[in-house]
Design a binder for this molecule. Structure first.
Ligand code: ADE
Length: 232
């Protein structure tokens, strides 16, 4: 029997989904509130994990251990790392990695976690395909891209930092939780996908654009998630 864990970092990323849930049972762990119930007739656990990699990793472990989720979806917003990916567009993860993992001084490639058998955590391909199909259905006017999501404990708001990340990782968007969710899902053998709507361009205009567009962007991502859970 499927049970889908849905994680957002911030209230606005999970608010709409929570409001659309039925038969809700609430429990608390690690200062996070887990809402178990149904969304679009599918069994789900929805949770706001808080910002950053540690919160995200802890959240996945709880979803795995206490709720036995069978799939994980991360919904939210991100900064674009490609000129053709604009504010409001959607990025679905092909894979995910940490842009701030740096053990290069010991000979590892930038981004590589030592002693793990993968460079980037690959999203479940059927979840990614399902997300794309749902997006085209519920957000027909929005461009949807599949690509690499890079995460770090950093809000990227400078052209120089952005360009370095692009040069190093050829990624589509950047945010602060996706790779940790991917990493923890990988360790627990849970299929995952990251779905991010673009709120800014991760450059010098990001500080202005982010507060203006985060709500609209988060809604695009949430609408897609609500549709896709029925297809899992
Ligand atoms: N989330 C949304 N925009 C972001 C950015 N520019 N950097 C990191 N996380 C983000």
């Amino acid at each position: 029997m499927k049970k889908i864990g849905i994680i957002g970092a911030m209230d606005l990323e999970v608010e709409t989904l929570k409001n659309h849930m039925k038969d809700v049972k609430i429990s608390k762990k690690a200062n996070m509130e887990f809402l178990e119930g149904t969304l679009n007739q599918s069994p789900v656990v929805i949770v706001k994990c808080g910002i950053g990699k540690v919160n995200a990793g802890i959240c996945v472990q709880i979803l795995s251990d206490l709720f036995q989720v069978t799939h994980i979806i991360n919904t939210g917003v991100a900064g674009s790392l490609q000129a053709q990916i604009n504010i409001g567009d959607i990025v679905i993860s092909d894979d995910a990695l940490y842009h701030d993992m740096d053990v290069t001084s010991l000979g590892y490639p930038l981004g590589q976690i030592p002693q793990i058998d993968t460079f980037a955590f690959r999203a479940d391909q059927s979840l990614a395909m399902l997300a794309k199909t749902s997006c085209e259905k519920v957000n027909p006017d929005i461009h949807v891209f599949t690509g690499r999501v890079v995460s770090g404990d950093q809000f990227i708001s400078s052209k120089e930092v952005k360009n370095k990340i692009i040069e190093n990782f050829h990624a589509s968007c950047t945010e602060m939780e996706g790779a940790a969710i991917a990493h923890a899902s990988y360790l627990n053998g849970i299929p995952f996908v990251i779905i991010r709507a673009i709120s800014d361009k991760a450059d010098d205009s990001a500080e202005m654009d982010y507060p203006t567009f985060e709500k609209k962007a988060a809604e695009h991502s949430a609408r897609l998630v609500e549709d896709m859970v029925a297809g899992i």
